[in-house]
Structure formats: C-alpha cells, structure tokens
Design a protein around this ligand. Structure first.
Ligand code: COA
Length: 178
C-alpha cells in the first residue's frame, strides 16, 4: 500500500471528524471529533501541526500536535499529541505509528521542547514517551487515567518548586477529555 503523510487542510475537516467518530465509537467519538475540529480551526502560536495519512485518495488517519505552555511564568515549552485516530479498516498496519513518528520528526526539526501525550502506555511507550518525565508536569485537569500521562523529549528546566503546571489550547479545555 502506498501511504502519504501531509498537512491537513481546512477542507479535510469533515473527513477528520468522521474518522474520529468511527475510530472512537459513538460516545467518545463525538467528544474527540469535536476536539479535532476545534483544533483545526483554532489559531495558536505556534500553530498546531495536523497530519493526515492518505491511502488511495482517502483520509485514513489523523494526528494533531498543539502547543503547551507553562503557567508560571508563562512560557511555551512544547506540544501535546492529541487526538490520534486511524480508520478501523486500516488499523494495525503502521498508519498510527507513521503519523506519530512524522509528527515527532517535524517537531524535532523545529526545535520544539517536550511532547506530552495522554493515552495507553502500551502504545505510546514504543515512541519513547515515559511516565517519569510527565510526572514532573501537572496537566490542566485531574486525570481519570493517571497512568496514561506521558512525555518525551527535553525538559525545559527542572521546576525548582516541584511539578510544573501546564496549560493547553482552548480546544483541549474540556475536562471530559482528561
Ligand atoms: C491506537 C491507534 C491510533 C493505533 O493506530 P494503528 O495504525 O492501528 O497502529 P499501528 O499499526 O501503528 O501499531 C500497531 C501496534 O499498536 C498496538 N496497539 C494498537 N492500539 C493499541 C492500544 N489502544 N493500546 C495498546 N497498543 C495498541 C497494536 O497491538 C500493534 O502492536 P504491535 O506492533 O506490537 O503488533 C488506532 O488503533 C486507533 O485509531 N484506535 C482508536 C482510537 C484510539 O484509541 N486512539 C488513541 C487514543 S490515545
């Protein structure tokens, strides 16, 4: 199979929504699809990276990396990977891994610092995400699955006063996502 990895366009919005609905199922899917759509339309500095995987002209995967700031003192420190989904019929064929690796490659090239993710360590561990690094940062909302909080990359500067509180873009503000 030949797969392309390209930056998502605004015109991909409906296809990205539909993809998340199918991948995450009815209930969680609505929440995640809305989040993906909000990320695609929200302006941020630096801007959110959206990648889509295409096979045979169809969008079969999507991932977003949006900027993360330290709260005090305010400073851009990296990105968070969310959401990620692969069309059910195309799962288990390396599409998700290719999207994650390409996003991480682009972030490294642009000199981004740390990358957070909130998901299954059984999946994200393979890319180098660890719970140990993430434990030094407090996410914007209490986590329902604390074991899923992971990070990768360079720590901006160890917090002298303990864990560093971080904040995300508005599209990730809903407590239900955490
Ligand atoms: C999770 C998801 C993005 C993975 O994409 P994918 O293209 O199917 O994954 P890849 O082909 O790159 O990787 C497959 C590997 O991931 C593992 N894997 C897939 N989903 C997993 C999960 N939820 N937890 C742990 N491991 C998982 C597979 O067992 C396989 O492992 P192996 O390489 O050791 O055999 C995709 O299954 C998906 O969209 N799931 C529904 C939405 C979702 O859960 N998104 C992630 C939210 S954090």
């Amino acid at each position: 199979m030949e797969m392309t990895l390209t930056e998502a366009e605004l015109t991909d919005l409906d296809r990205i929504r539909a993809l998340h609905l199918r991948a995450f199922g009815e209930v969680e899917g609505k929440l995640v699809a809305n989040c993906a759509a909000a990320l695609l339309t929200e302006a941020s500095d630096p801007s959110t990276i959206h990648l889509v995987a295409g096979i045979e002209g169809a969008v079969v995967g999507h991932v977003a990396f949006s900027p993360v700031r330290r709260k005090r003192p305010p400073q851009q420190i990296g990105h968070i990977l969310a959401p990620l989904a692969v069309e059910p019929a195309w799962q288990q064929r390396g599409v998700g891994s290719a999207l994650v690796r390409e996003g991480l490659r682009r972030l490294r090239l642009s000199g981004s610092g740390i990358v957070f993710v909130y998901g299954d360590p059984g999946y994200y561990g393979r890319f180098g995400f660890t719970r140990e690094l993430a434990a030094r940062f407090v996410p914007p909302h209490p986590l329902t699955q604390p074991a899923g909080w992971q990070a990768l990359g360079r720590e901006p500067r160890p917090g002298a006063d303990g864990p560093v509180a971080i904040e995300c873009v508005a599209a990730l503000a809903s407590p239900a996502l955490w």
